[in-house]
Design a protein around this ligand. Structure first.
Ligand code: MF3
Ligand code: CO
Ligand code: CO
Length: 256
C-alpha cells in the first residue's frame, strides 16, 4: 500500500544540496522585497539566481504553471502568480515559495515577508503560522505518525483564534515535486503512516485570519484566495527524517 519513498544516502545527498540552494534563494531575494517592485521582477531575480547556481525552477511549466516562484500577497493563500501588475506596497504581507531542481533533486521552501508597517493582526498571524510550522517539525521522528503533525498545528492555530487551510497540503518531495504522503495540516492525533528514516517531505501550513475556505481564481486557475478575503500566511520547509529525529534541509539560517 505505502508508496512513500525511502531515499538512499546518495539521493539524500542530492536532496540536501537542492534544499540548501532553495533556502539560499529566499535569503538572496529578501533584500529585493520592497515597496514599489513588482512580483514579476522578484520572480525574474529568483529564476536567474537558481540558474546561475545550476538549478531549474520546478514550478516553471509544472501543470502549466507559468512562473519560477509563487508569490502570494495578503488574502492569497498560495499559488499567487508573479505579475508585472502586482506592485508591492506598504502594509502588504507576502509569501515567497521557491522549489529548486538541482541535479534532478527537489528542494521546496517558503516564508513570509512584510512591506513597511503592517497591521498588528498581520504580524500576529505571521508569528503564529511560523510557530505552527515549528510545532509540526517537533513531531518529526522515526516511529511517530504523520497525522500528529497536523494535529499539533491545528490545535495551536485554533487556540490562537485562527483557522487552518485544509484544501492544500504538504507532501513528500525529493526525487519528484509531489510524492506521497500528503501532509494534512488539520489531521487527527495518531493517524496516518509511520515516519521512517530516509523519508523527505514538506510541512507548509497555511493559516487564515478568518474562515478556512479558499477559492481558486476563475481567470488564471491558480491563485487561491481566502473565501472571506481576510489574510492568510504560510511557512514551508523540506525535512528529512533521521535515525534520531529530523533535519530541516531548507533551513540555511541555523535556526534548527
Ligand atoms: N511550491 C508549492 C508547494 O509548496 C507548489 C507550487 S506548484 C505550482 O507545493 F505549480 F503552483 F507552482
Ligand atoms: Co511544497
Ligand atoms: Co513550496
Amino acid at each position: 500500500m505505502e508508496k512513500i519513498i525511502i531515499k538512499t544516502p546518495e539521493q539524500i545527498d542530492g536532496i540536501r544540496k537542492s534544499c540548501k540552494l532553495a533556502g539560499q534563494t529566499l535569503e538572496y531575494i529578501a533584500p529585493f522585497i520592497q515597496a514599489g517592485v513588482s512580483t514579476e521582477f522578484l520572480d525574474q531575480k529568483i529564476e536567474a539566481f537558481m540558474r546561475e547556481n545550476g538549478a531549474i525552477p520546478a514550478t516553471l511549466g509544472y501543470g502549466g504553471y507559468p512562473k519560477s516562484s509563487c508569490i502570494s500577497l495578503n488574502e492569497v493563500v498560495c499559488h499567487g502568480i508573479p505579475s508585472k501588475d502586482t506592485i508591492l506596497k506598504d502594509g502588504d504581507i507576502l509569501n515567497v515559495d521557491v522549489t529548486t531542481i538541482l541535479n534532478g533533486y527537489y528542494g521546496d521552501t517558503s516564508r513570509m515577508f512584510t512591506i513597511g508597517e503592517v497591521s498588528p493582526v498581520a504580524l500576529d498571524l505571521i508569528e503564529v503560522t511560523k510557530h505552527c510550522l515549528n510545532l509540526g517539525i517537533q513531531q518529526v521522528r522515526p516511529g511517530n505518525q504523520f497525522g500528529n503533525i497536523g494535529f499539533a498545528i491545528s490545535k495551536y492555530a485554533k487556540a490562537r483564534g485562527y483557522s487552518v487551510v485544509y484544501e492544500f497540503c504538504g507532501h513528500g518531495v525529493g526525487v519528484n515535486f509531489h510524492e506521497e504522503p500528503q501532509i494534512d495540516h488539520t489531521s487527527r492525533r495518531n493517524t496516518g503512516p509511520i515516519m521512517k528514516p530516509g523519508m523527505t517531505f514538506t510541512i507548509e501550513p497555511m493559516i487564515n485570519e478568518g474562515r478556512p475556505g479558499t477559492v481558486v481564481d476563475k481567470n488564471d486557475n491558480w491563485t487561491a484566495r481566502t473565501v472571506d478575503k481576510k489574510l492568510s500566511a504560510q511557512f514551508e520547509h523540506t525535512i528529512l527524517i533521521t535515525e534520531t529525529g529530523c533535519e530541516v534541509l531548507t533551513d540555511v539560517t541555523g535556526e534548527y
